[in-house]
Design a protein around this ligand. Structure first.
Ligand code: ADP
Length: 198
Protein backbone atom coordinates (compact mmCIF):
# COMPACT_ATOMS: atom_id res chain seq x y z
CA UNK A 1 0.00 0.00 0.00
CA UNK A 2 1.38 3.35 -1.03
CA UNK A 3 -0.39 6.50 0.18
CA UNK A 4 1.04 9.78 -1.04
CA UNK A 5 -0.10 13.42 -0.96
CA UNK A 6 0.68 16.02 -3.61
CA UNK A 7 1.07 19.50 -2.17
CA UNK A 8 1.77 22.96 -3.56
CA UNK A 9 0.23 26.33 -4.39
CA UNK A 10 -2.53 26.69 -7.00
CA UNK A 11 -1.14 25.91 -10.44
CA UNK A 12 1.81 23.89 -9.09
CA UNK A 13 0.95 21.00 -11.41
CA UNK A 14 -0.59 18.60 -8.90
CA UNK A 15 -3.29 17.44 -11.32
CA UNK A 16 -0.80 16.88 -14.16
CA UNK A 17 1.60 14.88 -11.99
CA UNK A 18 -1.28 12.98 -10.36
CA UNK A 19 -2.38 11.66 -13.75
CA UNK A 20 1.12 10.34 -14.48
CA UNK A 21 1.48 8.78 -11.03
CA UNK A 22 -1.88 7.05 -11.27
CA UNK A 23 -0.70 5.40 -14.51
CA UNK A 24 2.72 4.53 -13.11
CA UNK A 25 1.71 3.12 -9.72
CA UNK A 26 -2.00 2.29 -10.12
CA UNK A 27 -2.92 4.62 -7.27
CA UNK A 28 -6.46 5.75 -6.56
CA UNK A 29 -6.60 9.51 -7.19
CA UNK A 30 -8.49 11.61 -4.63
CA UNK A 31 -8.67 15.23 -5.81
CA UNK A 32 -10.79 17.20 -3.35
CA UNK A 33 -11.11 20.08 -5.84
CA UNK A 34 -12.22 17.66 -8.56
CA UNK A 35 -14.77 15.99 -6.28
CA UNK A 36 -16.12 19.39 -5.21
CA UNK A 37 -16.48 20.53 -8.84
CA UNK A 38 -18.43 17.34 -9.60
CA UNK A 39 -20.72 18.01 -6.62
CA UNK A 40 -21.34 21.52 -7.98
CA UNK A 41 -22.09 20.12 -11.44
CA UNK A 42 -24.57 17.66 -9.92
CA UNK A 43 -26.13 20.47 -7.87
CA UNK A 44 -25.91 18.37 -4.70
CA UNK A 45 -26.42 20.14 -1.38
CA UNK A 46 -22.70 19.73 -0.64
CA UNK A 47 -21.92 21.30 -4.02
CA UNK A 48 -24.28 24.19 -3.45
CA UNK A 49 -22.65 24.90 -0.07
CA UNK A 50 -19.14 24.85 -1.53
CA UNK A 51 -19.85 26.78 -4.76
CA UNK A 52 -19.66 30.36 -3.49
CA UNK A 53 -16.55 29.76 -1.37
CA UNK A 54 -14.73 28.18 -4.31
CA UNK A 55 -15.73 30.90 -6.74
CA UNK A 56 -14.36 33.45 -4.30
CA UNK A 57 -11.07 31.58 -3.94
CA UNK A 58 -11.63 30.60 -0.30
CA UNK A 59 -11.22 27.22 1.37
CA UNK A 60 -14.20 24.92 1.88
CA UNK A 61 -14.82 23.92 5.53
CA UNK A 62 -12.71 21.17 7.06
CA UNK A 63 -15.94 19.29 7.96
CA UNK A 64 -17.00 19.11 4.31
CA UNK A 65 -13.55 17.96 3.20
CA UNK A 66 -13.34 15.26 5.87
CA UNK A 67 -16.74 13.94 4.80
CA UNK A 68 -15.55 13.70 1.19
CA UNK A 69 -12.29 11.96 2.09
CA UNK A 70 -13.90 9.44 4.44
CA UNK A 71 -16.65 8.59 1.96
CA UNK A 72 -14.19 8.16 -0.90
CA UNK A 73 -11.92 5.86 1.11
CA UNK A 74 -14.89 3.84 2.41
CA UNK A 75 -16.28 3.44 -1.11
CA UNK A 76 -12.90 2.30 -2.47
CA UNK A 77 -11.46 0.06 0.25
CA UNK A 78 -9.55 -2.17 -2.17
CA UNK A 79 -7.36 0.57 -3.66
CA UNK A 80 -3.68 -0.37 -3.76
CA UNK A 81 -2.86 3.13 -2.53
CA UNK A 82 -4.36 6.60 -2.39
CA UNK A 83 -2.97 9.68 -4.08
CA UNK A 84 -4.27 12.76 -2.26
CA UNK A 85 -4.32 15.86 -4.45
CA UNK A 86 -5.28 19.18 -2.83
CA UNK A 87 -5.60 17.59 0.62
CA UNK A 88 -4.52 18.23 3.36
CA UNK A 89 -4.85 21.98 2.90
CA UNK A 90 -5.03 23.20 6.51
CA UNK A 91 -3.15 22.28 9.67
CA UNK A 92 -6.33 20.70 11.04
CA UNK A 93 -6.73 18.61 7.88
CA UNK A 94 -3.19 17.29 8.44
CA UNK A 95 -4.18 15.99 11.88
CA UNK A 96 -7.39 14.62 10.45
CA UNK A 97 -5.52 12.77 7.70
CA UNK A 98 -3.26 11.14 10.28
CA UNK A 99 -6.37 10.10 12.24
CA UNK A 100 -8.10 8.69 9.17
CA UNK A 101 -4.99 6.75 8.19
CA UNK A 102 -4.73 5.22 11.66
CA UNK A 103 -8.42 4.38 11.70
CA UNK A 104 -8.19 2.58 8.36
CA UNK A 105 -4.88 0.92 9.40
CA UNK A 106 -2.96 2.85 6.77
CA UNK A 107 -0.09 5.31 6.70
CA UNK A 108 0.83 8.38 4.67
CA UNK A 109 4.27 7.69 3.23
CA UNK A 110 5.05 11.12 1.91
CA UNK A 111 3.89 14.65 1.22
CA UNK A 112 5.44 15.84 -2.04
CA UNK A 113 5.61 19.62 -2.38
CA UNK A 114 5.71 21.04 -5.91
CA UNK A 115 7.38 24.40 -5.34
CA UNK A 116 6.63 27.31 -7.70
CA UNK A 117 6.79 31.10 -7.37
CA UNK A 118 3.71 33.34 -7.19
CA UNK A 119 4.46 34.71 -10.66
CA UNK A 120 4.48 31.25 -12.20
CA UNK A 121 1.30 30.33 -10.32
CA UNK A 122 -0.57 33.40 -11.60
CA UNK A 123 0.66 33.14 -15.18
CA UNK A 124 -0.09 29.40 -15.46
CA UNK A 125 -3.60 29.79 -14.06
CA UNK A 126 -4.50 32.88 -16.10
CA UNK A 127 -3.49 30.88 -19.18
CA UNK A 128 -5.45 27.83 -17.99
CA UNK A 129 -8.47 30.09 -17.41
CA UNK A 130 -8.68 30.78 -21.14
CA UNK A 131 -9.77 27.17 -21.73
CA UNK A 132 -10.56 25.54 -18.34
CA UNK A 133 -13.94 27.15 -17.85
CA UNK A 134 -13.13 27.23 -14.12
CA UNK A 135 -14.79 30.16 -12.38
CA UNK A 136 -11.75 30.54 -10.08
CA UNK A 137 -9.12 30.79 -12.83
CA UNK A 138 -9.12 34.60 -13.15
CA UNK A 139 -6.43 36.89 -11.80
CA UNK A 140 -8.40 38.41 -8.90
CA UNK A 141 -9.48 34.99 -7.60
CA UNK A 142 -6.07 33.44 -8.23
CA UNK A 143 -4.49 36.11 -5.96
CA UNK A 144 -7.08 35.28 -3.27
CA UNK A 145 -6.31 31.56 -3.61
CA UNK A 146 -2.61 32.36 -3.19
CA UNK A 147 -3.34 34.38 -0.06
CA UNK A 148 -5.34 31.48 1.36
CA UNK A 149 -2.42 29.23 0.51
CA UNK A 150 0.04 31.35 2.49
CA UNK A 151 -2.35 31.97 5.40
CA UNK A 152 -3.85 28.51 5.86
CA UNK A 153 -2.13 25.89 3.71
CA UNK A 154 1.58 26.54 4.18
CA UNK A 155 1.48 25.33 7.83
CA UNK A 156 0.71 21.85 6.44
CA UNK A 157 4.30 21.78 5.23
CA UNK A 158 5.59 22.38 8.76
CA UNK A 159 3.39 19.56 10.06
CA UNK A 160 4.87 17.00 7.67
CA UNK A 161 8.41 18.33 8.04
CA UNK A 162 8.07 17.52 11.74
CA UNK A 163 6.62 14.08 11.03
CA UNK A 164 9.61 13.48 8.71
CA UNK A 165 7.86 12.49 5.49
CA UNK A 166 8.13 15.79 3.60
CA UNK A 167 9.71 15.92 0.11
CA UNK A 168 10.14 19.18 -1.86
CA UNK A 169 10.49 19.16 -5.67
CA UNK A 170 11.10 22.10 -7.99
CA UNK A 171 7.74 22.52 -9.75
CA UNK A 172 9.13 24.90 -12.39
CA UNK A 173 10.97 22.14 -14.23
CA UNK A 174 9.49 20.26 -17.23
CA UNK A 175 6.58 17.86 -16.63
CA UNK A 176 8.82 14.89 -17.48
CA UNK A 177 11.67 15.94 -15.17
CA UNK A 178 9.28 16.55 -12.28
CA UNK A 179 7.64 13.18 -12.85
CA UNK A 180 11.06 11.53 -12.83
CA UNK A 181 12.06 13.26 -9.56
CA UNK A 182 8.80 12.20 -7.90
CA UNK A 183 9.36 8.62 -9.07
CA UNK A 184 12.82 8.62 -7.48
CA UNK A 185 11.27 9.82 -4.20
CA UNK A 186 8.45 7.26 -4.28
CA UNK A 187 10.79 4.41 -5.17
CA UNK A 188 13.09 5.27 -2.27
CA UNK A 189 10.08 5.48 0.07
CA UNK A 190 8.98 2.05 -1.14
CA UNK A 191 12.43 0.58 -0.61
CA UNK A 192 12.62 1.97 2.89
CA UNK A 193 9.23 0.54 3.77
CA UNK A 194 9.70 -2.76 1.98
CA UNK A 195 9.32 -4.80 5.15
CA UNK A 196 6.57 -2.71 6.62
CA UNK A 197 3.94 -2.15 3.94
CA UNK A 198 0.34 -1.50 4.96
P1 ADP B 1 -5.94 24.52 -7.09
O1 ADP B 1 -4.96 23.65 -6.37
O2 ADP B 1 -5.51 24.86 -8.48
O3 ADP B 1 -6.36 25.73 -6.30
P2 ADP B 1 -8.09 22.59 -6.60
O4 ADP B 1 -8.90 21.95 -7.69
O5 ADP B 1 -7.22 21.71 -5.77
O6 ADP B 1 -7.28 23.72 -7.35
O7 ADP B 1 -9.08 23.37 -5.59
C1 ADP B 1 -10.04 24.28 -6.03
C2 ADP B 1 -10.81 24.85 -4.83
O8 ADP B 1 -11.49 23.79 -4.14
C3 ADP B 1 -9.97 25.53 -3.75
O9 ADP B 1 -9.68 26.87 -4.06
C4 ADP B 1 -10.89 25.38 -2.52
O10 ADP B 1 -11.94 26.32 -2.54
C5 ADP B 1 -11.52 24.02 -2.73
N1 ADP B 1 -10.76 22.94 -2.05
C6 ADP B 1 -10.14 21.89 -2.67
N2 ADP B 1 -9.54 21.10 -1.76
C7 ADP B 1 -9.76 21.66 -0.54
C8 ADP B 1 -9.39 21.32 0.80
N3 ADP B 1 -8.66 20.23 1.07
N4 ADP B 1 -9.79 22.14 1.81
C9 ADP B 1 -10.55 23.22 1.56
N5 ADP B 1 -10.93 23.60 0.33
C10 ADP B 1 -10.55 22.84 -0.72
Amino acid sequence: MLNIALFGPPGAGKGTQAELLVKEYGLFHISTGGILRKEIENKSSLGLTAKKTMEEGGLVSDETIVKIIEETIMNNPDATGYLFDGFPRTYIQSYILEGIMTRFHKKLYGLINLEISDDVSVSRLVKRGQTSGRADDNEVTIRKRLKEYYDKTLPVMEFFKKVGNYFPVNGEDTVENIHHKIKVIIDSIQNENEFNIN
